[in-house]
Design a protein around this ligand. Structure first.
Ligand code: ZN
Length: 468
């Protein structure tokens, strides 16, 4: 290629020239042609424009790109919908981004097997709709459904709002296809619920955040489509009551599909904010809960749901409750829980920790005390998927000289470590939490992770500096 055709006078590197020759100008963008959105995900890490963005149209093109990058030791950052919160998809200036967005579409719905095969760049919401149109239910659901992609959901083992009933992304995956660092295509497109023939290799790529291979196709498990939904918002007098109600609800309903708790500071801030437009129950309660049940017999389910709340009220596990009378009202409850209003606070720091369910109340109390003692004017919010042992913490503090986000990290992760918790329940490690991985994984575990990384990616080209 002649120099005059190169974008904005930047000297083109040999690897970009090779990728262009192999994949064509439509699939390889470099220099000024790289769109801004490829410079960062939603983690808040400093954006960096990658050397180039490759947008493959097929698994074969992903394989070609990786083969060429592998030969030159060129580092690669896989990118899905860029909605991750841990920095797993944020590149450095010397990396090449491989964006899966053009690998998009539903390839097959097998109604007999109750599976769906989708290309990695398919937005989650598109896959959910296709499942629904075929009379099934895709149980993976999270707030970023309109932007996130199935490949990214699988690579990060996304959690979300239905985990208590259906499990994380990992539980929805029966098979997948991935491209290894050297360009080898690994076809593990299994459709069978049972398959014990040797190592379950797909698990290497689920939740490893693009550090062991790039997922290109996914075989998802589909569930029967629920016929009704009951949603309630309740106020509870204390954390012990919250846990008692969780166990009562699981027993009475044969499983809930969401059990979310909101601490009062979060509830007051979100429901007082003009973006929210509703306050399901008055302020002043120690805990607020969103409980949801997906069922198959709407009339009987509604009666059981109401009976459950009446029993909980009589037992003192809740002080007040309101049952959604329409889908619109249920949606309003979820808007309160999702709490997007807190994102209006500048410099918000978000945590996504996991703890044994019984320890969460005490953790939140101690952690809140420690943070407020250090930064008395800080906003400290606790909320999350309590039924999944997953607590989110958001902190907005004004730092003094010499202070930084790491001082907040040290307090939160110190409390997590002391209780045998995990520094990431569902968002992953990425670059943001890498330095704290040792707080929740033992030296022998970290050594095995390093050994797997070295075996699958000996030149270290796949998402370097992430996870490990
Ligand atoms: Zn969450």
């Amino acid at each position: 290629m002649r120099r005059s055709s190169e974008p904005s006078g930047i000297a083109m590197s040999d690897i970009v020239r090779e990728l262009l020759a192999a994949l064509g100008a439509e699939a390889v963008l470099s220099g000024g042609a790289v769109e801004d959105r490829h410079a960062a995900d939603w983690s808040g890490l400093d954006p960096a424009r990658p050397l180039a963005v490759v947008k493959p149209r097929s698994t074969a093109e992903v394989a070609t790109a990786l083969r060429l990058c592998h030969a030159r030791g060129q580092t690669v950052v896989p990118q899905g919908g860029l909605t991750g919160l841990a920095g797993g998809a944020t590149p450095r200036a010397r990396d090449i981004a491989v964006a899966l967005e053009r690998l998009r579409g539903i390839e097959e719905i097998d109604a007999d097997a109750a599976t769906m095969t989708v290309l990695a760049g398919t937005p989650l919401e598109e896959a959910q709709r296709a499942a629904e149109a075929a009379g099934f239910y895709l149980a993976l659901d999270l707030g970023a459904r309109g932007s996130c992609q199935v490949g990214g959901n699988v690579a990060t083992n996304a959690g979300g709002n239905r985990v208590i009933r259906y499990g994380m992304a990992r539980e929805q995956v029966l098979g997948l296809e991935a491209v290894l660092a050297d360009g080898t295509v690994l076809d593990c497109r299994n459709k069978m619920l049972k398959n014990n023939a040797g190592y379950d290799l797909k698990q290497l790529f689920i939740g490893s955040e693009g550090t062991l291979g790039i997922v290109t196709r996914v075989v998802l498990r589909l569930h029967p489509r629920p016929r009704g939904r009951a949603t309630a918002f309740a106020a509870a007098p204390g954390y012990a009551a919250v846990v008692a109600l969780l166990r009562r609800a699981q027993g009475a309903l044969g499983g809930v599909s969401a059990f979310e708790a909101l601490w009062p500071d979060f509830y007051r801030f979100v429901t007082d904010h003009p973006d929210t437009k509703s306050k399901p129950l008055p302020d002043g309660s120690p805990f607020y809960l969103l409980i949801e049940h997906l069922g198959f017999d709407p009339a009987a389910d509604a009666a059981r749901f109401e009976a459950l709340l009446a029993e909980a009220l009589a037992a003192g596990e809740i002080a007040d409750a309101v049952i959604a009378q329409s889908d619109g009202q249920a949606r309003e409850f979820w808007v309160v829980r999702e709490g997007l209003a807190i994102d209006t606070l500048p410099g918000l720091i978000n945590f996504d920790v996991s703890l044994p369910i019984g320890a969460i109340g005490d953790f939140a109390e101690r952690c809140g005390q420690a943070l407020r003692a250090r930064w008395p004017t800080a906003h400290v919010f606790f909320y999350g998927h309590i039924g999944d042992s997953n607590l989110h913490i958001s902190v907005a503090a004004t730092f003094g000289p010499g202070e930084s986000i790491h001082d907040v990290d040290d307090i939160v992760y110190g409390e997590v470590r002391a209780r045998g918790g995990s520094i990431s329940a569902e968002h992953g490690i990425g670059r943001l939490k890498r330095d704290y991985l040792g707080h929740c994984r033992a030296p022998a575990e970290l050594a095995l992770m390093q050994a797997l990384k070295a075996a699958l990616d000996p030149r270290g080209i796949l998402n370097p500096g992430k996870v490990l």
